[in-house]
Ligand binder design. Structure first.
Ligand SMILES: O=C(O)CCC(=O)C(=O)O
Ligand SMILES: [Fe+2]
Length: 295
């Protein structure tokens, strides 16, 4: 989910900050998920979505023992895995390195079977597959990868909504993760960077209210995701995170009939070929129409 300059249409949800509590659910059937959360675009924490994943046993020590000399790409540059784990488990207030938004299949191809079976909640997922137009296929497939976030105590670098109008399904494997979440109706108070998907507010817990006075009116929803739990973050919901200690999580991005129109609008508004963009949009809407029938 890269930080390119983009235009992003206003998004909606039937849920507002006044009415929401983020529920914890287990044994949630797909039908219930669809009706209560996916289509209403309401976040939910699911406590047992990935119970069968081998990734449930991931720990920093296990990564250090299993891949000691593997080079990983962090925001402090390339590092050996054993040094990386030492740095993110050290008891220090200084921010350590962050292995951020790295595709699992590229960084740890041997661990792909650790995130199976795919939970029904992230299906169908239309981000994979071949769309017969190279740039469209590449753009969608880029978001279809499971990403890893691995770090020590720190805040996520930005309050944002996700790229391409996707929903995110974030699973915590190790440690706790504190989320600060704002429904789409809070956007007027969040100082969105013009035509982009980021807020100008660097730290929502220490905002500069002289510079960002309207932010005082924003109503955050706070949740803590524990190891073994997943959160469904619908498209258009603003979120950022903070971890009090070592944290390891994965993110699956999802697009299907519940948010396909956001993806199509996004691509149309950000096309490098403005003249062709309406044609591509029509093409993708038609594909969506048929996928909806056959999925
Ligand atoms: O896992 C996190 O801390 C946040 C991930 C996220 O929001 C993202 O990758 O877009
Ligand atoms: Fe995100």
């Amino acid at each position: 989910m890269s930080t390119t300059t983009t235009t992003y249409p206003k998004q909606t949800s039937s849920v507002s900050a006044e009415s929401i509590q983020i529920e914890r659910r287990s044994n949630l059937s797909y039908e219930e998920f669809k009706k209560e959360y996916l289509f209403p675009r309401k976040p939910v924490i699911i406590t047992d979505a990935t119970a069968k994943w081998k990734a449930s046993n991931w720990t920093p020590e296990w990564f250090k023992k299993t891949f000691p000399d593997k080079m990983v790409s962090t925001d402090f540059g390339e590092m050996r895995m054993d040094e990386f784990i030492d740095a993110i488990t050290a008891d220090t207030d200084k921010p350590g390195p962050f292995l951020r938004e790295q595709p699992l299949a590229e960084v740890f191809p041997e661990l792909i079977d650790n995130v199976l079976p795919t939970p029904s909640y992230v299906t169908p997922n239309w981000l994979g597959g071949n769309y017969l137009v190279g740039p469209i296929t590449q753009r969608l497939n880029r978001e279809s990868h499971i990403e890893v976030n691995f770090c020590g105590r720190r805040i996520f670098p930005y309050l944002h909504i996700d790229d391409l109008g996707v929903h995110a399904f974030i699973t915590q494997h190790y440690g706790d993760k504190h989320f600060v979440v704002y429904p789409p109706d809070q956007e007027p108070y969040l100082y969105r960077v013009n035509k982009d998907r980021f807020s100008q507010i660097p730290d929502v817990d220490n905002p500069d209210l002289e510079k960002f006075p309207l932010f005082a009116q924003a109503k955050p929803i706070r949740i803590v995701l524990h190891a073994g739990e997943s959160v469904f973050m619908p498209c258009g919901w603003w979120h950022t995170t903070r971890v009090p200690g070592t944290s390891l999580s994965t993110v699956i991005s999802v697009s299907n009939s519940s948010n396909w129109s956001e993806l199509v609008n996004y691509l149309e508004n950000n096309s490098n070929h403005p003249k062709l963009a309406p044609l591509f949009s029509m093409y993708l809407r038609t594909i969506g129409f048929f996928k909806r029938i056959f999925n």
